[in-house]
Ligand binder design. Structure first.
Ligand code: SAM
Length: 297
């Protein structure tokens, strides 16, 4: 008979679920919102505006539940503790990142990379035969793999070149997925069939990047708020990342990118991002709806 017997609840189960209900109805006060948004900005450069308050609240509630806490302030004390809170702060920032991405995102720009930038770099670097590209804010790997596929297709004798694509992100969660290099059929849909056949192997309904492609890429954790120590780069892709930063943080980032690029190096930004008002040390190149900046000064 339905309802006649009750399944024994595991110990502590009801307390946990009532805690969950309580936490999910907790409203973030103005002071708490300010405390957390400042903490996140200081750590990552990510600027959380008033319009994103509910987004922050929901993500915080998940972290509170993970720690079985029922007070934002108690969680703030935990996460802002310089010794004990570092790992949790990484997880909190990670949970606030937006990781939307796709292969060959912004196709006209990727065409500029393939048809203008790589041929120019091949000419300029034919003696050294060395290319260094950085995908800064690489998310789940679609961007660095797209860069590497394009390079391999364009370099006639790729094996005689020393090519490295550095791919970094602040989210350990997405870096792990990127390193795995395994994608669904839907994800590889906008990879040109010729590229898909050359660079992926189908394994159990997933598309796995082949070792030849994988080995060009070095994945690493890097917070763009910090110094990067890189120099002499031929190109930096930092697309759809700067939009989450405020003006001052964008300015600092562009200065760092400028220092990291070689003379004549290229900077690829997202299609809503611009250097206007941030730097006059780059030349704007626009070709067939694709845009890129080249370091001049
Ligand atoms: C919307 S995704 C863009 C991915 C890829 N560049 C593209 O255009 O498809 C933004 C990425 O930037 C990363 N990110 C945000 N703030 C960062 C920071 N301070 N340092 C490094 N990466 C950051 C996020 O984790 C996320 O994976």
């Amino acid at each position: 008979m339905i309802g006649a017997s009750r399944v024994q609840q595991p110990e502590g189960c009801c307390a946990v679920s009532s805690e969950r209900v309580r936490v999910s109805s907790m409203i973030l006060t103005d002071d708490e919102f300010k405390l957390f948004s400042q903490l996140i900005y200081n750590e990552s450069g990510i600027s959380i505006k008033e319009a994103k308050r509910e987004f922050l609240q929901v993500r915080l509630q998940k972290r509170l539940q993970a720690h079985r806490l029922v007070s934002y302030y108690r969680y703030y004390k935990l996460v802002s503790d310089k010794n004990q809170g570092q790992r949790e702060l990484l997880d909190l920032v990670d949970s606030l990142t937006i990781n939307e991405t796709s292969f060959f995102r912004n196709r006209p720009q990727m065409d500029v990379f393939a048809d203008m930038v790589i041929p120019e770099l091949i000419r300029r670097k034919s003696a050294l035969k060395r290319l260094r590209i950085w995908s800064a804010g690489c998310s789940r790997g679609h961007e660095p793999y797209s860069i590497a596929m394009t390079i391999l297709k364009r370099l006639g004798d790729a094996d005689s070149w020393d090519v490295k694509v550095l791919a970094s992100d602040i989210s350990l969660r997405v870096l792990e997925l990127a390193q795995r290099g395994s994608y669904t059929e839907l994800e590889v849909e906008n990879v040109h069939p010729g590229y898909r056949d050359s660079f992926f192997k189908k394994v159990d309904n997933q598309f796995q990047v082949i070792p030849r492609l994988r080995k060009l890429i070095v994945f690493d954790y890097h917070n763009l708020k910090h110094e990067n120590g890189l120099s002499g780069l031929d190109a930096i892709f930092c697309r759809n990342v700067m939009i989450y930063f405020d003006r001052e943080e964008q300015q600092r980032l562009i200065n760092k990118f400028h220092a990291s690029l070689a003379e004549g190096g290229y900077l690829f930004l997202g299609h809503t991002e611009t250097l206007q008002g941030l730097s006059d040390k780059f030349r704007f190149i626009y070709h067939n709806k694709g845009a890129v900046y080249q370091k001049t000064g």
